[in-house]
Design a protein around this ligand. Structure first.
Ligand code: HEC
Ligand code: HEC
Length: 269
């Protein structure tokens, strides 16, 4: 948030000059009510805000009801829920401009590249702390979950939980599919091919997919808050085998730095 603009706005509200606003901030009870303790706060590289446990289904439902693309759905539903949570940083979560996450829809502005759910997870986890520790390790878990799980969740408890209509869901979502990759392209094309649908019919399916990813991320964050080591979605044995030779530092085998599922893009050798 632009500090000068805010001060000028406050000055206008209380009818004082903007030059006086800085000093008046300390003394004026009217301004004290407008600004909060963290009113001049801005997010900086390395800043982390405290996660606090939330009900995964409540946040998933919020994600389902949020529009404007998958990346925004995931990022905004979790950040805005934290903004009204018991987190000591709730007030700061409320100041994060979640609209920044809009660009990730349909694999980054419709390019079918990295899925917006994954992009949102990275943006989110890089600014969260869990009991003072970085939350970054949960991104790999989220990616492996996204690659390997049949999504969106279609069990009754989930469909009811997010408030979706069962008949409509059956017609529009059909059979859930695994993406095999973190790409929007493979996720949507495999689903479309399995269900005889086209990209333009992905609306409800992708909204439920984002709700499913939010459900999983919040569940994992809650476990981590409880002090559990979260390894619900480890890399496959195949990838582990590839990585035994292809490390980031290796030169005898070409250097590789990724945990993505190798064997969907590469054959063995
Ligand atoms: C025992 C060590 C070892 C393992 C395990 C291994 N690689 Fe390799 N890989 C190599 C070496 C050494 C090379 C370079 C020499 C060559 O071309 O064979 C290589 C080359 C490659 C190349 C370059 C093109 C090619 O095919 O030569 C790709 C791609 C590759 N590996 C992918 C994989 C994937 C995917 C896996 C797991 C399914 C894997 N590797 C497992 C050692 C290994
Ligand atoms: C989304 C698809 C994708 C995934 C997943 C992926 N790669 Fe690749 N990888 C590529 C592409 C594309 C290239 C470039 C190939 C080319 O131009 O010949 C490449 C290049 C490589 C090379 C160098 C090839 C050479 O000819 O020297 C190696 C080795 C390699 N990948 C190993 C891996 C391993 C190991 C994994 C899993 C840990 C992995 N890749 C995951 C797509 C992928």
């Amino acid at each position: 948030m632009n500090t000068l603009d805010r001060r000028q706005a406050i000055a206008r509200i209380v009818g004082i000059s903007s030059a006086a606003a800085g000093g008046a901030l300390l003394a004026n009870p009217v301004i004290a009510a407008v600004t909060t303790e963290s009113g001049d706060w801005t997010l900086e590289v390395g800043t982390r805000l405290a996660y606090t446990k939330m009900d995964p289904m409540v946040v998933a439902k919020k994600a389902y009801e949020t529009g404007n693309g998958c990346m925004f759905q995931v990022f905004d539903s979790i950040i805005s829920s934290l903004a009204t949570s018991a987190s000591p940083d709730a007030d700061k979560f409320a100041q994060i401009p979640t609209a920044m996450a809009h660009y990730g829809y349909a694999g980054i502005l419709g390019e079918g590249a990295v899925c917006g759910n994954i992009n949102a997870a990275g943006m989110l986890l890089n600014l969260l702390s869990i009991n003072g520790e970085p939350a970054n390790a949960l991104l790999s878990q989220t990616m492996r979950f996204y690659e390997n799980e049949a999504l969106p969740y279609q069990d009754d408890a989930f469909i009811d939980g997010i408030g979706a209509d069962k008949t409509e869901t059956l017609a529009q979502v059909g059979t859930p599919t695994t993406a095999n990759s973190i790409l929007c392209h493979s996720s949507i094309s495999l689903w479309a091919s399995e269900n005889g649908k086209s990209f333009s019919e992905k609306g409800m399916r992708c909204k439920q997919l984002s709700a499913s990813v939010v459900y999983e991320i919040v569940t994992m964050l809650n476990k981590a808050m409880d002090g559990e080591t979260v390894n619900d979605h480890p890399i496959t044995d195949t990838v582990e085998n590839c990585q035994s030779c292809h490390t980031s530092g290796s030169t005898f085998a070409p250097s590789v730095k990724t945990n993505m599922t190798c064997d969907n893009c590469h054959g063995g050798h």
